[in-house]
Design a protein around this ligand. Structure first.
Ligand code: IPM
Ligand code: MG
Length: 342
């Protein structure tokens, strides 16, 4: 779907140079590592990364370092892309594709702020091994240090101060030590933003509230794995996981010109790969986020978002979004509709 995003990007900003490199499954299949050196070198000299999706069932049995996902893991880690923004927005006309009743979706406009370089994804030890009694065992470690929480909390509070001024911080502080630290640090940062309210929710309750009263959320701040899970849930409010873009930002660059990685929130869809029917919305909206955060082009970003809105309003739907009786558009046809409004 990155091809669709590139078409839109180049229409809106013809001067942008887009260079492609294989990572993940494409690189592994060519006998290379998940993140080949040439891809990394290209990322080093780029302003931003527009990322496709990773994941292939044929690598399911392999260790992480031999799986497609490792490319993403390395890029997030090595560029310290700690702030993952996942806006959840319901386009007008898609209400009936949502998993929820339309009346619950009125005014839905939330953003998940997911910590992306810490927690159980990265903590050590992280391994499968044999215990001293010969029994197979495995360990992942959920680990956070206060500064990691402070910096992501600030991102959430900053965003909220420009939105509806509510940060809902999600943790599991009744059980997890990392969550107790998380909550304490968030509360410590909160007074720096006197105009912003902070609420805390346990993650199981947050999962429930997201389908009970989703429109009440503004900024949902959470750690790496909880954010992974809750953002897939939130995506279904919008009708399809294929609708949700994301931006992963770090310390490189300056505000408005931050280096970032932009990608759909979903993995691959191997069952439909190559058929030309996937929904390119998430990729296209990721390109909009790229313009906004890495190229200081708010007007270009808004133009793309508006074009997607217009395409949906005009009835354009890919197969994941059609209702019975409607004819789905292919990925390319949908992209053409978006391009018409750019
Ligand atoms: C996401 C994805 C990734 C994650 C996978 C592909 C490793 O699910 O970005 O949400 O778990 O972070
Ligand atoms: Mg995910």
């Amino acid at each position: 779907m990155t091809g669709a995003a590139v078409r839109v990007l180049q229409k809106v900003r013809p001067g942008v140079e887009c260079v492609q490199a294989d990572v993940g499954g494409a690189a592994l299949r060519a006998g290379k590592p998940a993140l080949p050196e040439e891809a990394r070198a290209l990322c080093d000299r780029s302003d931003a990364i527009l990322f496709g999706s990773v994941g292939l069932p044929e690598y399911d049995g392999k260790p992480l370092s031999e799986r497609p996902e490792y490319a993403l893991f390395l890029l997030r880690r090595d560029y310290e892309l700690f702030a993952n923004l996942r806006p959840v927005r319901l386009f007008s006309g898609l209400e009936s594709s949502s998993s929820l009743r339309p009346e619950l979706l009125k005014d839905l406009d939330l953003i998940v702020v997911r910590e992306l370089t810490g927690g159980i994804y990265f903590g050590k030890p992280k391994e499968q091994r044999t215990g001293s009694d010969g029994v197979e065992e495995a360990v992942d470690t959920m680990f956070y240090r206060a500064p990691e929480i402070e910096r992501i909390a600030r991102v959430a509070f900053e965003l909220a101060s420009k939105r509806r001024k509510l940060v809902t911080s999600v943790d599991k502080q009744n059980i997890l030590e990392t969550s107790r630290l998380w909550r304490r640090v968030v509360d410590r940062i909160a007074p720096e933003y006197p105009g912003v309210r902070v609420a805390h929710l346990l993650v199981d309750n947050a999962a429930m509230q997201l389908v009970r009263r989703p429109a009440e959320f503004d900024v949902l701040l959470t750690e790496n794995m909880f954010g992974d899970i809750l953002s897939d849930e939130a995506a279904m409010l919008t009708g399809s996981i294929g609708n949700l873009p994301s931006a992963s930002l770090g310390r490189k660059g300056t505000p408005g010109r931050q280096f970032g990685l932009y990608e759909p929130i979903s993995g691959t869809a191997p069952d439909i790969a190559g058929r030309g029917i996937a929904n390119p919305t998430a990729a296209i909206l990721s390109a909009a986020m790229l313009l906004r955060h890495s190229l200081a082009d708010e007007a270009g970003a808004a133009k793309i978002e508006h074009a997607v809105e217009q395409a949906f309003a005009g009835g354009a739907r890919t197969a994941d979004l059609v209702q019975s009786g409607e004819t789905p558009l292919s990925s390319a046809e949908f992209t053409d509709r978006v391009l018409n409004f750019c």
